[in-house]
Design a protein around this ligand. Structure first.
Ligand SMILES: Nc1ncnc2c1ncn2[C@@H]1O[C@H](COP(=O)(O)OP(=O)(O)OP(=O)(O)O)[C@@H](O)[C@H]1O
Ligand SMILES: [Mg+2]
Length: 492
């Protein structure tokens, strides 16, 4: 274990790190911070949730001259939400050195960003399209940038982003330091990356598996048309604190979010066709626990750090193993436990094998819960809710009526009635989700239809959802047939 004080950092930065509650450096932090302080180019690879943001953020803050009015560091991230999150973490790391950090991303008022850029930020974090837009408008100058960082580097160098990244790179001095971080770094992409780096050091945190061991990984073999009932029952039996359900397409996400709401779950969807304001609102509600199921495309797969996410459900198995690694990595972060469940239709079992081979980790097969197991799960949730309410000890207003009940009924009867009122039966009302064709039986091709929430076109301002790939097939949205039923709510 390495202490931050052993890494050659200034007292100012150490103070900020301490305030963030970090006691010891994680392995990727211990491995890259000293090298980064020496000015080396680095490819940093470590599992999800192991502190890569601070690994590149801390030395960047350390090397900053807050008195200078130039942008000295630029960080590029694949999605808007991630750009915001990274800028927030950098702000915390740089709080005591008074570093000025700004996030720029598409779908947000560009004039406001221009005004903020005039206030001379030291570090700009952004999505590629919007950064390029500011470069073209000459509202962002990168002539004095000494450090360039690609967060989720493999995604950034993937087909859709490569050109944008190259354009940005051509605006940054050639003698800059370049840092690349990700939990995944497929070889072909690493080779692309090395072309614009100077003798990069590869710092790869050794691990037997690509995924963290504190995520329990299961798969459920289930025909496409039964997936939704299985999801409902799993939510009922597993009672996640917060859960993310990943679907393959935007339409899928919309349908799932609607269907879950109809069955009484507090669920909302997020994908690249929503306005940025809506995307941020949904995420905020999820972080605050106002919704407890976030249904998402891969737009939420990378980098997002939301505490309380105990379960990840892959309603559709992802097309590539990297996507799997990042999706399930939204749980089990910073040493916490997590559960990942992947639904596989019988024809897609080949994909499961490819995922397992890449991650070097077997998923445990799980049978879908039965109706009575789901009921048991719901009863247990009601029991916990009653117990918590009793322990919270603020029942004065209910005492009198309680005593009245006791005059007329036995305590057993009253307790059972309370459980009955609180518990909805597992809902198997007919809900139709448009069926997705299974993935093609061989790996490859199809990545053109993913939704990364990315805005890709160079030179064009990023509008809400603009430039994002959408899905070809436009099948009719199905509707569910029954009104919502009451579901026990957490912490009334
Ligand atoms: N040294 C540390 N001690 C304790 N917590 C830490 C430390 N470093 C980072 N964290 C916390 O761990 C969580 C995960 O960090 P971070 O988001 O940087 O992970 P990551 O490696 O970038 O994951 P991903 O691959 O999913 O992007 C964050 O909440 C962060 O604040
Ligand atoms: Mg990260």
């Amino acid at each position: 274990m390495t202490k931050f004080s052993e890494l050659g950092l200034s007292p100012t930065t150490l103070k900020s790190v301490k305030r963030m509650g970090f006691e010891e450096a994680t392995p990727i932090q211990a491995g890259t911070i000293p090298l980064s302080l020496q000015g080396k180019d680095i490819i940093g690879q470590a599992q999800t949730g192991t502190g890569k943001t601070a690994a590149f953020g801390i030395p960047l803050i350390e090397k900053l001259d807050p008195k200078s009015n130039d942008v000295q560091g630029i960080i590029i991230a694949p999605t808007r939400e991630l750009a915001i999150q990274v800028s927030e973490e950098l702000y915390k790391v740089g709080q005591d050195s008074r570093a000025r950090v700004l996030a720029v991303y598409g779908g947000a008022d560009i004039q406001r960003q221009i005004r903020a850029l005039k206030k001379n930020p030291n570090i700009v974090v952004g999505t590629p399209g919007r950064i390029l837009d500011h470069i073209k408008r000459r509202t962002l100058r990168l002539d004095n940038v000494h450090t360039l960082i690609l967060d989720e580097a493999d995604e950034m160098l993937n087909m859709g982003f490569k050109e944008d990244i190259e354009s940005i790179l051509s605006n940054v001095p050639a003698d800059r330091q370049t840092l690349l971080f990700s939990a995944t770094m497929p070889d072909p992409i690493r080779r692309i990356a090395e072309k614009f780096m100077k003798n990069p050091e590869l710092v790869k945190v050794k691990a037997k598996e690509m995924t963290v061991s504190n995520i329990e990984q299961f798969y459920v073999k289930v025909p496409e048309r039964e997936k939704f009932d299985v999801l409902s029952r799993l939510l009922d039996t597993q009672s996640p604190e917060l859960a993310i359900v990943f679907g393959r397409t935007k339409r899928r996400v919309d349908e799932l979010a609607n269907a879950l709401s109809l069955r009484g779950y507090l669920a909302e969807g997020i994908h690249g066709d929503l306005s940025q304001a809506k995307r941020l609102l949904v995420l905020k509600k999820f972080k605050e626990g106002k919704i407890d199921v976030l249904v998402a495309t891969d737009v939420a797969a990378r980098g997002l750090d939301i505490s309380g996410v105990t379960h990840v459900y892959n309603f559709d198995i992802p097309q590539d193993p990297e996507s799997y690694v990042h999706r399930i990595g939204r749980t089990g972060r910073a040493g916490k436990e997590g559960v990942a469940m992947t639904f596989v239709s019988p024809r897609e079992m080949g994909y499961l094998k490819v995922v397992e081979q890449t991650t070097k980790k077997r998923m445990t097969p799980m049978k879908p819960p039965t109706w009575s197991e789901a009921l048991e799960g719901l009863l247990k949730a009601s029991y916990d809710q009653l117990a918590e309410t009793i322990e919270a000890n603020s029942l004065q207003d209910y005492q009198e009526m309680g005593e009245k009940l006791l005059e007329n009924f036995t305590p057993e009867q009253i307790a059972a009635a309370a459980l009955k009122v609180l518990t909805k039966e597992p809902d198997s009302s007919a809900i139709k989700i448009t069926e997705e064709a299974p993935l093609p039986s061989r790996r490859g091709s199809g990545s053109g239809s993913r939704d990364n929430g990315r805005s890709r076109r160079r030179g064009k301002p990023q509008g809400s959802g603009q430039g994002q790939r959408s899905y070809g097939r436009d099948q009719q949205r199905s509707s569910a047939s029954r009104p919502p039923r009451k579901r026990p709510q957490k912490n009334n």
